[in-house]
Design a protein around this ligand. Structure first.
Ligand code: ADP
Ligand code: MG
Length: 750
C-alpha cells in the first residue's frame, strides 16, 4: 500500500533509478515529491484555432486538432531523427516537427486528437510548430484533464534525467490519490484570519493552478508557513533564554562618563543611544541578546568596550569582578581589537588577554613601568593564560574561536561579545554556559547591512540596535562609475594618489559564477577542452584544457594572476602590487595585510575574500572591477574599507556591462551611503535571491520569496508570538509541532 510516507522508489512509475535522481532534490517520500514545487509556469491556457495560430509567427500558442499524417525518418546526413505530423481542425491544418524523439511515432497515431503548445516558426515549406509540448486528448474542446498543454503548466527545476514533463507525469496522479491526506500544519484560526487556502488545495494549486491568482494565493500561503516556522523556531530559542538568569550589572554612570571623556573623540548620538540600550540590558537578570548593526567604520568597537568596562567593574573590587569574552572571526581582527581595546582602557586598570590559535598575550596596565599597550602587552604560554582565565585574573579575553574551545574555562563570564560571527549559534552559547547557573549576556556585532525582513527572520531572536551615522570627522567617500573609455584617466589618478603615499584596494570579481557555470557544464558533459572566456571579462580567460572540477579552483587564482600581470607590467609598472586570494594560508594573508597597512605595498589586488573590518587608514582608493557582478550590500562593504581617516577617499566602479538594470543599481550606490538603505534597494531591484550571503542563512525557497514583503514577515512574527505565548510547548498543535521538528533539521542558522 502506497501512502504519503512511502519511499519514492516503491512508487511504480518511479523506481530505483529515478528515486536516485530525485534524491538530488532531497526528495525521499511521496510527500516530499508533492512538496517539490514548480519554479515557474508556462501559460498555455489560451487555446486558439489553427488558422489563428498560423498568423502568430514567433509566438508561443496552444491549439487542438486531429492528426492527419505522421512520418518519422532519419536524415542520414545529420544523424537526426525527424518526426513530422500534420494536424487539422475546422479552420485549417499545420505542420509539426520534432527532432530526435523517435518514440513519438509510436505514441502518436493517425486520427489521434492532440493538444499542442509551442512556438510558431517559419521554414522553407511555410509556417510550422517547432518541437511543441504535446499530449493526446479524447476530443477537440477537452480541457479538463490536461497536464502538459492547454493550461497553466508547471515548470520545475530539472536535473539530469528528471524533466518537468516527467515530474508532471508522476506528480499529478499522486496528487489525485494523496492530496486529501496531507495534514494541515497551520492552526485553524490563522487560516481563517488570513483567508489562506487549506494545505490540500494549496498543494494542488501550486502544481496545477486554475489561474495565476490561485498560484499566487497558494504561494503566499507557503511563504507564510515557512516564515512562520522560522519565527516559531527563533522565538522558542528566545523564550528558552528568557527563563534563564544572567548577572545583573548595574550601570556605573560616572565610570561611563570618565571613559567617554578619555576618548580622543566625541561619541556620535547613534553610538550613545546604542551604548545606553546595551547598558540597560546588562542591568537585568534576563540575559541580553542584542545585535549591534552598524556600517564598517561606524564605531562599534568603542560601544563594545564601554559595555565590557561596565561589566568588569560592576562588582566591588574584593568580589573579583566579572569577565568578558570578545570574539573575532580572524586572527588579524582579534589582534586589532586587542590593540584598540587595550588602548581605550589603558587608564582603567583592566587586565586584557588575547588568545588566538598560536598566540597568547596579556596587557596588564597595573604592572610597573607600564608605558602603553603596544609596548606593554607581553606574550605568555597558553597554559599560564588559561590558568589566569580560570582563576579570574584576566578581565577581558579577546580572541578567535580558540576562546570557546575545550579546556578554556572562565571563572565568572558575564558578557560575550561577538564581532562579525553569524555562525556563533545556540550550541556555542550552550557550551559557554554549561554547568553554570548563570548565562552570559550576548552582544553580537555586524557590519553586514541586511534588510529588516531578513534581520527579523535570521536574527529574530535578537533585539536590534542600529548605529546609523558615521563619526563626524569622516569625509564621504566619492563613488564614481567608470566607463571603459575613462579607464586611463582613472589609472592616472590612482598613480597620483599612490605617489602621495596612499593605498589602493583592487577587487577583482571572483570567477565563481563562471566556475559554477563551468562546473555545471562539466557535470553535464564531462571535461571540456579549449578556452573558456568569462562573460564580460576577456582578460580573465580561463584556459580550461581538459579540466576536472578540482582544477577549477586553481584556475580562479590563475585569472587573478593574469590580472596581476597586467596591472604590474602594463598599467602600473612602477608601483608595488601584491595579490591576496582565498587559497592562501592565513599567516601569509596576515603578513600581506600588515605590509599593506604599513605602506610597504601600494596596491592590493584581491578577490572578494578580503576580510571584513580590517582597518587600513592609509587606503583611500577602492577600485572594483566588474562592479555589476556584486550585490549593492557587498559593494557597499568594499567601499567601507576606505574612508577610514580624514583624507578624501574614492570608490571606482569599473563596469563592462552597461545594461539599464545595472546602471540603476550602481547609481543607487553613488547616491546612497547608507548600508541599510542599499540592502533594501537591492532586495527591491534584484529580489530576495540577491541578498548578500544568502546561502549562509539556510532559508528555504518559499520563505526567501516572502522576504520581499515586510508585512508578511511581521504577520508571521506576530502569529508565532501569539501562539507561543498561549502554548509555549505547542501542546495543542501536534501537527505544527511535528512539522517544526522536521523543519528544524532543514534550516540551520548557525
Ligand atoms: P567598526 O564599526 O567598523 O567596527 P571601529 O569600531 O573599528 O568601527 O571604528 C573605526 C574607527 O573610528 C576607529 O579608529 C575608532 O577609534 C574611530 N571612532 C569610533 N567612534 C568614533 C567617533 N565617534 N568619532 C571619531 N572616531 C571614532
Ligand atoms: Mg569592527
Amino acid at each position: 500500500m502506497i501512502s504519503l510516507s512511502t519511499k519514492v522508489e516503491e512508487v511504480p512509475k518511479i523506481g530505483i533509478t529515478y528515486a536516485k535522481r530525485l534524491k538530488k532534490f532531497g526528495i525521499k517520500t511521496v510527500q516530499d515529491l508533492l512538496f517539490y514545487f514548480p519554479a515557474r509556469y508556462d501559460d498555455f491556457s489560451e487555446i486558439i484555432s489553427i488558422k489563428e495560430a498560423k498568423q502568430r509567427l514567433g509566438e508561443v500558442v496552444c491549439v487542438q486538432g486531429q492528426i492527419t499524417e505522421i512520418e518519422s525518418k532519419h536524415t542520414f546526413k545529420n544523424f537526426v531523427n525527424l518526426t513530422q505530423v500534420v494536424v487539422r481542425d475546422d479552420t485549417g491544418e499545420i505542420n509539426v516537427i520534432w527532432f530526435n524523439q523517435p518514440y513519438l511515432a509510436k505514441y502518436l497515431k493517425e486520427d489521434d486528437f492532440i493538444c499542442l503548445a509551442g512556438k510558431i516558426s517559419l521554414g522553407k515549406s511555410g509556417v510550422y510548430f517547432n518541437s511543441p509540448a504535446y499530449e493526446r486528448i479524447n476530443e477537440i474542446g477537452e480541457n479538463e484533464e490536461l497536464t502538459h498543454t492547454g493550461r497553466i503548466v508547471p515548470v520545475y527545476s530539472e536535473t539530469k534525467g528528471i524533466t518537468s514533463r516527467w515530474l508532471r507525469y508522476v506528480i499529478k496522479p499522486l496528487l489525485y490519490r494523496f492530496s486529501e491526506q496531507i495534514q494541515e500544519t497551520l492552526p485553524k484560526d490563522i487560516i481563517k484570519k488570513y483567508k489562506f487556502l487549506p494545505i490540500q488545495e494549496a498543494v494542488w494549486q501550486l502544481h496545477f493552478p486554475d489561474s495565476f491568482e490561485h498560484a499566487d494565493a497558494a504561494k503566499s500561503r507557503f511563504s507564510f508557513e515557512e516564515l512562520f516556522l522560522i519565527q516559531l523556531n527563533v522565538l522558542k530559542e528566545k523564550i528558552k533564554l528568557m527563563i534563564k538568569k544572567a548577572h545583573a550589572c548595574p550601570m556605573d554612570a560616572d565610570l561611563m562618563k570618565n571613559f567617554t571623556d578619555s576618548l580622543p573623540f566625541q561619541l556620535t548620538d547613534s553610538q550613545k543611544k546604542c551604548a545606553f540600550a546595551i547598558l540597560k540590558d546588562l542591568e537585568k537578570t534576563v540575559p541580553m541578546s542584542r545585535l549591534l548593526e552598524g556600517d564598517v567604520g561606524s564605531g562599534k568597537t568603542v560601544v563594545a568596550a564601554m559595555a565590557a568596562l561596565n561589566v568588569v567593574k560592576c562588582l566591588p573590587a574584593q568580589a573579583g569582578g566579572h569577565q568578558v569574552a570578545f570574539m573575532a572571526p580572524t586572527e588579524i581582527l582579534a589582534k586589532q581589537h586587542f590593540k584598540s581595546v587595550s588602548e581605550m582602557l589603558k587608564n582603567f586598570n583592566v587586565k586584557i588577554g588575547m588568545l588566538t590559535g598560536k598566540d597568547a598575550r596579556i596587557f596588564d596596565p597595573s604592572s610597573p613601568g607600564s608605558s602603553g599597550p603596544a609596548a606593554e602587552a607581553f606574550g605568555v604560554s597558553k597554559k599560564s593564560f588559561l590558568g589566569d582565565l580560570e582563576n579570574g585574573q584576566i578581565d577581558i579575553a579577546i580572541g578567535t574561536h580558540s576562546l570557546i574551545q575545550k579546556g578554556v574555562e572562565f571563572k565568572d563570564l558575564a558578557l560575550v561579545i561577538l564581532d562579525e560571527q553569524h555562525r556563533f549559534g545556540v550550541e556555542q552559547r550552550d557550551h559557554l554556559i554549561k554547568n553554570k547557573k548563570l548565562v552570559p549576556h550576548l552582544l553580537s556585532m555586524t557590519a553586514t547591512p541586511i534588510p529588516r525582513t531578513l534581520a527579523l527572520t535570521a536574527y529574530g531572536d535578537l533585539d536590534l540596535s542600529l548605529i546609523d551615522e558615521m563619526p563626524a570627522n569622516r569625509k564621504k567617500t566619492k563613488t564614481i562609475i567608470v566607463e571603459p573609455a575613462q579607464r586611463k584617466e582613472a589609472y592616472t589618478f590612482i598613480e597620483k594618489e599612490v605617489k602621495e603615499g596612499k593605498g589602493v584596494f583592487v577587487i577583482f570579481p571572483k570567477i565563481e559564477s563562471n566556475a559554477s557555470k563551468l562546473k555545471e557544464i562539466i557535470e553535464k558533459n564531462g571535461p571540456i577542452s579549449g578556452s573558456f572566456v568569462p562573460q564580460n571579462y576577456p582578460s580573465a580567460s580561463l584556459r580550461t584544457g581538459n579540466l576536472s572540477l578540482s582544477q577549477l579552483a586553481i584556475n580562479e587564482v590563475k585569472a587573478l594572476k593574469e590580472e596581476y600581470e597586467k596591472l604590474s607590467k602594463e598599467v602600473f609598472p612602477d608601483l608595488r602590487i601584491t595579490m591576496l586570494h582565498g587559497k592562501m594560508k592565513s599567516p601569509e594573508k596576515e603578513r600581506i595585510m600588515l605590509d599593506f597597512k604599513k605602506g610597504e605595498i601600494d596596491i592590493l589586488l584581491s578577490t572578494s575574500v578580503v576580510e571584513v573590518g580590517v582597518d587600513v587608514p592609509r587606503a583611500t582608493i577602492m577600485m572594483i572591477e566588474g562592479a555589476e557582478r556584486f550585490g549593492l550590500s557587498q559593494l557597499h562593504q568594499f567601499r567601507g574599507r576606505v574612508g577610514r581617516s580624514d583624507m578624501q577617499s574614492y570608490c571606482f566602479l569599473f563596469t563592462t556591462d552597461p545594461s539599464m538594470l545595472n546602471r540603476k543599481r550602481l547609481k543607487a550606490l553613488v547616491e546612497s551611503n547608507n548600508g541599510f538603505e542599499l540592502a533594501e534597494k537591492d532586495l527591491e531591484i534584484r529580489g530576495p535571491g540577491s541578498l548578500y550571503g544568502t546561502q549562509q542563512w539556510g532559508i528555504p525557497d518559499m520563505a526567501m520569496q516572502g522576504l520581499s514583503n515586510i508585512f508578511l514577515v511581521e504577520k508571521t512574527r506576530a502569529a508565532a508570538k501569539e501562539i507561543l505565548e498561549k502554548d509555549p510547548e505547542l501542546k495543542n498543535y501536534p501537527e505544527l509541532k511535528e512539522r517544526l521538528k522536521q523543519f528544524q533539521t532543514k534550516i540551520h542558522f548557525e
